[in-house]
Design a protein around this ligand. Structure first.
Ligand code: 5RP
Length: 238
């Protein structure tokens, strides 16, 4: 099946391209991680090549986005060299009605949180399957943990009522190792009543580097949908 025939890929492509259209010359852009933002990075590269976009710089949120930016010709910078990020464009695994998110499906949520939270405007790009009534309904909360603290962190999470599972690699024996050299546990919670409180509680466990709850940070969500057989992009803002 080609990208054009697969509706989910088509929605991701449409919404990824739509986000790239919002970037203007001279901007510093946070480059998110995942299959949706891969289309954004590709489209930014195309706009640079055509001369439509000039003097932009990207701040990657992962090794993946760094590699893609180099592949598509998007110039990169680092947080040491800049004093602002104008816009960050990133994917999500769940979006709730308050525009709070679960992220970390690609184990990149720690760097994503640093870059996305620094941006003047944070745009989230998702296909329609990511919209939920309540966080935690379809996706578990990813938590990046330093390896020596894995066992006590898992015990502490069980005490909070969560069911933690170490994320294992695909086509790689053993656990997923993050870009920082840590491990990720995915935690099922029966009810995340207050995402903001849960975010703080999880990050207070010694050994936890960062969790995938992104609360009160999103400015705009672009949702790729299929309507009457055609892909369209819907905007949700606060
Ligand atoms: C990576 C992320 C991704 O943005 C999230 O998993 C969405 O990915 P995709 O666009 O492939 O559905 O948080 O850590």
């Amino acid at each position: 099946m080609t990208a054009e025939q697969d509706p989910v890929k088509l929605m991701k492509q449409q919404v990824g391209f739509a986000a790239a259209d919002r970037v203007q010359s001279g901007m510093i852009v946070g480059l998110g991680t995942g299959s949706t933002t891969a289309y954004t990075i590709q489209a930014l590269g195309d706009r640079i090549k055509s001369g439509q976009l000039k003097d932009i710089k990207g701040v990657p949120t992962s090794f993946q986005s760094e590699v893609l930016a180099k592949q598509y010709g998007v110039p990169l910078t680092t947080l040491d060299e800049i004093d602002r990020i104008d816009v960050a464009i990133d994917g999500a695994d769940e979006v709730d009605p308050h525009l709070n998110l679960i992220k970390g499906g690609g184990a990149a949520h720690t760097r994503e949180k640093v870059v996305d939270y620094l941006a003047t405007q944070f745009i989230v790009v998702v296909d329609s399957s990511k919209i939920v009534d309540k966080l935690g309904s379809t996706f578990r909360v990813p938590i990046e943990v330093i390896p020596m603290a894995l066992t006590p962190v898992m015990r502490a999470i069980e005490k909070l009522g969560g069911k933690p599972e170490l994320r294992m690699g695909v086509k790689k024996a053993g656990p997923v190792i993050t870009d920082q050299g840590n491990m990720v546990i995915d935690v099922k919670f029966d009810d995340i009543a207050n995402p903001g409180e849960m975010e703080k509680t999880l990050n207070n466990i010694p050994g936890v580097l960062e969790n995938g709850l992104f609360v009160d940070c999103t400015d705009l969500v672009l949702v790729g949908e299929i309507q009457d057989g055609k892909p369209v992009v819907r905007e949700i803002s606060k």
